[in-house]
Structures are given as C-alpha cells and as structure tokens.
Design a protein around this ligand. Structure first.
Ligand code: ADP
Ligand code: MG
Length: 731
C-alpha cells in the first residue's frame, strides 16, 4: 500500500463506511480534509477519581476493571444499549453506549483501563454515557502500578480531549477515532510553507500542528496548533489572492491614453472635482494607460460622486474607440445612470459616444438597434442590468467594465461581462463600505480605492429611532412632520420591508430585500404581526387627514419596468409627494428635493441597507431627516442595529459595527462546494491584524518567487483554493 499522505483518499485510510459517512456529513474526501476538521473545543477528561465518591455532573477519569457487559434493547425506541459495569475494587459504575454493540468485543470482563466521562445518574445508580476510554494491554493489568505507569495515567486523564463539530450520524467520538487512525498512518506531511516561516512566525510544521491539534497532551499544545493553523489559513489565502491578482495584471490589454474627449468633458463640468475624485481619478487614469488590465474596487459614501469618476474613466477609454459597459443591479438604477450620463455628457459628446441602455424589458426593435450599435463599435457606452451579460450582447472593442454596487454581483458575473472583451479593465464600485479585513479577504484580488470626501454644500442627515411601542406619541409625530415638510415643498420617502400583506411571497425577489427571519436572530425582531408593506401603507397614508389632497404612490420591484420608470420620473419631477417603496430605491436614486426618509419596521433591514436608504435624502440644499420606526424592544440585537445607524453617519464605522453584529456567514457567503470551501479558523471579524500581516508576508514571497517555483506544494494549494475564492467573494 502506498504511504498515506494528505492527498490520500479517506476510504483507503479509515475504511469505506467511515469515509462515506464523513463525506456525507462534511463533504470530506481526503486525509487533508479530515485533518482540517478541527476540534470545536477541548474538554478535560477529568481528575483521577476513586469510584466511591463520584461527583455527580462532573467530568472525571477513573482507573478500573470491567466486571461484566450486557446488551439489551431500548424500551422506547429502536436500538440497543450496551452496559458495562466497572469496578476499582471499592465501588462500581456503569458505562452505557447506544448502538455500539461492537464495543462488547473490547470491553471484556477482567480488562483494565482508564475511563473518562461526565457522571450522571440513572435510576439511582451512577453512570458514564459514551465515555472515552483507553484499555491497558491485557498482561499489563497488574494491581500494583509503577510510578511510571501512574504518571502516564495521570497524563492521559489530564490531557485535553478534542470535541469535534459533529452530526447525529457522525458523533464526535466517531470522528475522533477516524482522525487518530489517519494521524497514525500519516507519514512525512509535506509542508507547503517555506520553512523559514516556522521560525519567524513561531508556528509549528504542518504535521506537528495536526498532531498537536488532534492529540494534544497539554492545553498549550492545542493552543499553539490552532494558532499555527490559523496563520497558515490566512497566509495561504493571501498567497492565492495575490497570485491570482498577479496573473490578472500580467495579462496584456490595450493601453487607453486620456485625450480630447476627457478634456472637453472637464471643461464643461459645472463644478470642481473634489480632492478625492481627483486623486482616485489620477490612479485610475494611470492604470488605464498601461498595457495591463486594471482591477480596482472603488468604495465611497453614497453621493460621494463615484459615478462621475467612472464616467471620466469611460471617456478615457472611449478616446481610442474603446467601449465601456456599466452594469447596475436594478432597472431603476440602470435607467437613472443612463439618464444622468447622457445629461452629464451634453449633446455633443452624447452624439459622439452614442450611449445605449440595455435592460431585460426593452422592446425588441429598440434592443436590436442597441445591440447592433454595440457590435459595430458605434456606441461606446452601454449601461444596463443583467441583460448586458446575455449572449446576444457583443462588443466591437470592450475596454472597460464598470460594476456599480459590486456587492450585488458574484465573481462569475463580473467574469461573464469581462469575457466580452480582451482583458478589459475592471472598475467595481460600492457604496457599502467594506471593512479593510473583508476587503483583503473576500475581494483580495481587487485593489481598493476610497473616496471619503463628499462634494461641498451637502446639508447632512439627522437620524432618529422611533420606538413605536415605547413612544406611540412620537410615532404619530412622524406623519405630522412629513406633512409639514411637504407643505414647504419637500417630498418624502416611506420604505417598507414587504410589498403586500400576504406572506413571504411579497418580499422583493432577488433585489437584496429586507433580511429574512432566519437572517435575524429569531424571536427578537418585530412582533408576530406581518411586516409593514407597501400596499397597506399607501392605503393607510391616503386615509390620513393630514395628507388629504396629496399624491401618494407605490414603487416596488414587482411592477413592470416602464411603470417603475414612470413613477420614479413623476417623483423626480415633484409630482408625487410621498413615495411608498421597497428597497428598490435603496441604491443610487437621486431626487435632491426629497427631505425625509421614513423606514417602517426598520429592524427588518441590515445596517448597510439602512445607511444606503437614508443616503436618498439630504442630497440637495435641504437637510435630510431619517426616521427609523420599529417595534423591536430595547436591548435586542435588532434594536442595537438600528440604534447604531442613528448614532453615526460614517459608513465605515457602520460597516465595522455591522460586521460585529452579523454572523460570519452573512458576510462571506456560505456556499459549500465540498472540501475546504469556507474559512476554518480565520474570522474576518476578529483577525484583521493577522490577515494584514499574512498579506505582507505573502506579497514578499511572491516578490521573491512570482511563480512559486520553489514551493510546488504551495502552488498546488493555491490551485485548490481557487474554488474557495469564488465562494468567498459572493456575499
Ligand atoms: P455616488 O454614485 O457616489 O453615490 P453620484 O455620482 O451619484 O454619487 O453623485 C451624487 C451627486 O453629486 C450627483 O448629482 C453628482 O452630479 C454630484 N457631484 C458629483 N461630484 C461632484 C462635485 N465634485 N461637486 C459637486 N457635485 C458633485
Ligand atoms: Mg452611485
């Protein structure tokens, strides 16, 4: 039989049935997968205790001899119980095992061993359920033990016992058995990491780390093991990310020099660029002009002027005849971008560049014309929704892909669009600030650019929580305040988590709508009443005397495209006073005259979503007001979340808070494709420093050895991590 390595298939090492069960429960295939299945925690086997005074409920170890063993059927359900009585010559104790009849073969009367477990009571007698044990060699079982034997027993009793993430079919002790079998047959674990790192970073070699994690003798054994493995995880991930980035940027693409088009545009611009726009624009301009594809993530607060930065990049690409594709997550947003781009270009530039809008719902003839003009290279700017990625869309010379609200799209979608050109440049944008550690982990192959400065003259937004149950009077004031602002000529948004009352069906599909119940910690969001919805809210508001004579309309994702555009257009033109909507208006919508954002059941939304929503007001000369209505009781996470939003207007601070309040899976996605597909020990919420440190070391290594020629094992690990990266970036 060939020696066991990390790549050996599990079935060859631990046997078919166990391998199959582990595969089914955890997607494991190889010994490596099993080794990376790390204990959830470690418990002590417990002090060596004489049988006569057992502490009920405590974890203990006893040295004893098996008296007798019997098996019986369970009374209430199917299955068998194996009962073994053990004695230390003074007291007795029963060990019970469910459906593990095979143990009768080793727990024979007369055998001695050490048994560990938690003392419980059953019908007046003490017992250990599913104890952990180690039997002594038959012959060695002599009454008088040597000091050496005594010490070995004590060490076993006191060594930490790994407890594994388990399932009902695959309990922890069963996993432990497979792990030990694999550990025993594993030979010469090849360490993918440069061995210089062992010393400089104080980490254990890989084989030693696995041994110490799964078979620790002391607490510091497993602590050091987990620290070492976590470092490895961070390091390998960063090598994989940087390696991928290095490959991307070593590709050749057409250099796009700035020229006359951009000059004309800047001359006609009615305002000055902000300092950040200029700085970020400079970096992008420089990278577009190189013969390698740019891969950038541009993050900046709502209203910080990212679209303008993107448009200037598009003009630079268009200069040499290159084409631009701008992808937006919703139809409302795509058409708004289209309109504002046409407007910003002015008639002359618009005529030269011929921008087109591509959405799924446009009339066939219009669509045909747009597609033709893209295929011929006549149109140099395409703005659209997912429809942009469909097969029928081809470009003559796609030079730049712009992705608005990047977090709404997965890597494959970015890729699908990129494939329509020959190594086009990529500019992804997001108004949802991404904490640095997440950026390094999930989007580590995109280098980040940040705009922090807002254009001058913004009036700012005040945000308040309105606890409806605790302060019903204040809730009434919300509507009175809305009426006052409308009387002064302003407009109001009211956002609800659902479209209509009628169950989950009505929750906005696809577009990142209110968190579902399972996303929120159950039982602590709003009461059991259905979520506030658009349809009922429109009726309710229309019947309020203070709103008599006003136009109150609904906007939601289930409406037809033209209908949505019409309502949005009328609101933008000031013809609608109150727009009652779902989060379709979350991103990018720009109506400077709107001054109040009222969110009903605000606890149903995520922190970032609420931050985006309030960014819809205070965009013009009027200060904005955001009122977060909620029935969530004080002290709940749901309430904390909205209070956090009210407490600061800094999106970056909020992103950090959000990170603390949300579970890891919500941030990195939970897609599982078998094997090592999610992070094991690394937590982007807590390991920021480690991630940043690992990234520096990874960069150094790649600088020295860009192809990883000296580290074939690491290179293989990088290839394995490719699939892993795809999953991480989806959030
Ligand atoms: P973002 O996409 O970052 O949310 P936008 O690009 O939509 O922000 O910009 C918001 C508004 O600010 C737009 O109306 C835009 O014309 C305006 N704007 C952008 N840059 C500036 C600037 N430097 N000075 C004044 N207004 C600006
Ligand atoms: Mg925008």
């Amino acid at each position: 039989m060939p020696p066991t390595t990390l790549d050996s298939p599990l079935e060859r090492v631990i046997g078919g049935p166990s391998a199959k069960a582990l595969g089914k429960a955890f997607g494991m295939e190889t010994v490596r997968d099993l080794m990376w299945h790390l204990p959830r925690r470690y418990s002590k086997r417990g002090e060596l205790t004489p049988l006569k005074d057992l502490p009920l409920g405590e974890q203990i170890s006893v040295v004893a001899q098996v008296l007798d063993v019997r098996s019986r059927n369970m009374q209430r359900r199917r299955g068998q119980i194996l009962e073994a009585r053990i004695t230390d010559g003074v007291g007795t104790l029963t060990l019970t095992f469910f459906n593990q009849g095979w143990r009768a073969k080793e727990l024979r009367a007369g055998r001695q061993g050490i048994f560990a477990g938690k003392v419980s009571e059953y019908r007046g007698a003490f017992q250990l359920q599913h104890p952990d044990y180690e039997l002594f060699d038959d012959d060695a079982a002599v009454p008088g033990r040597t000091a050496l034997e005594e010490a070995a027993l004590k060490a076993w009793a006191e060594s930490p016992m790994p407890l594994y993430p388990a399932t009902a079919q695959m309990p922890s002790w069963n996993i432990a058995r497979s792990v030990l079998t694999a550990l025993d047959s594993l030979q010469d674990v090849v360490d993918p990491l440069p061995d210089t790192l062992w010393e400089t970073q104080g980490i254990l070699p890989l084989g030693a780390a696995f041994e110490a994690a799964h078979r620790p003798r002391t607490d510091s054994d497993w602590q050091q093991a987990l620290r070492s493995l976590k470092f490895r995880e961070a390091f390998e991930l960063q090598v994989a990310l940087l390696f991928r980035r290095q490959q991307q940027t070593s590709m050749r693409s057409t250099p796009r020099e700035p020229g006359r088009l951009l000059e004309l545009f800047d001359e006609a611009l009615p305002f000055e660029l902000t300092g950040d726009q200029r700085r970020v624009g400079g970096v992008i301009s420089g990278e577009l002009a190189t013969p390698h594809p740019m891969h950038r993530l541009l993050q900046g607060e709502v209203g910080s002027g990212k679209t303008l930065v993107a448009l200037r990049a598009m003009l630079q690409v268009a200069e040499s005849g290159g084409q631009n594709a701008m992808l937006a997550p919703t139809e409302v947003l795509a058409s708004q971008h289209f309109r504002s781009i046409v407007e910003a270009l002015g008639p002359d530039l618009a005529a030269q560049l011929n921008p087109v809008l591509i959405t799924g719902r446009m009339p066939a003839s219009e669509r045909r014309r747009a597609l033709l003009s893209l295929a011929s290279g006549n149109s140099r700017i395409a703005v659209g929704t997912h429809a942009l990625m469909s097969e029928g869309v081809t470009f003559f010379d796609l030079g730049l892909v712009v992705i608005d609200e990047q977090h709404r799209f997965g890597v494959e979608q970015r890729e699908a669009l990129r494939q329509k050109g020959t190594q086009p440049h990529v500019l992804a944008m997001t108004a949802t600030p991404i904490p640095r550690t997440v950026a390094l982990t999930a989007f580590g192959d995109l280098e980040t650019l940040t705009i922090r400065e807002l254009p001058p003259g913004r009036q700012g937004i005040q945000t308040f929580v309105v606890p409806e149950l605790e302060m019903p009077k204040r809730a009434e004031r919300v509507w009175a305040r809305a009426a006052e602002d409308i009387a002064e000529g302003r407009q109001v948004y009211v956002v609800c988590p659902a479209i209509s009352g009628g169950g989950s069906q009505s929750v906005e599909e696809g577009s990142e709508q209110a968190l579902s119940d399972s996303d929120l910690d159950s039982g602590e969001s709003s009461s059991s009443r259905p979520m506030r919805n658009v349809v009922d809210t429109v009726q309710e508001l229309r019947s309020m005397p203070q709103f008599a004579g006003l136009r109150i309309e609904a906007l939601s994702g289930d409406m037809a495209g033209p209908e949505k555009d019409r309502v949005m257009g009328e609101f933008a033109a000031g013809e609608i006073h109150i727009l009652v909507a779902t989060t379709v208006i979350e991103v990018g919508v720009n109506v400077p005259n709107a001054s109040i954002m009222i969110v009903r059941d605000a606890d149903r939304f995520g922190v970032s979503q609420l931050h985006q929503l309030r960014g819809r007001v205070g965009r013009g000369e009027h200060p904005g007001l955001c009122l977060l209505m909620s029935e969530a009781p004080q002290g709940t996470t749901a309430r904390e979340r909205i209070e956090a939003v009210a407490s600061t207007s800094d999106g970056f601070v909020l992103a950090e808070i959000d990170l603390d309040l949300r579970r890891e899976g919500d941030i990195l996605g939970t897609a599982q494709s078998g094997g090592r597909s999610t992070l094991k020990l690394l937590r982007v919420t807590h390991d920021g420093e480690l991630i940043a440190h690992a990234r520096e070391l990874a960069a150094l290594l790649l600088l020295e050895d860009p192809k990883l020629d000296a580290y074939p094992e690491l290179k293989q690990q990088v290839a394995r991590d490719e699939a892993h990266l795809e999953n991480l970036a989806k959030s």
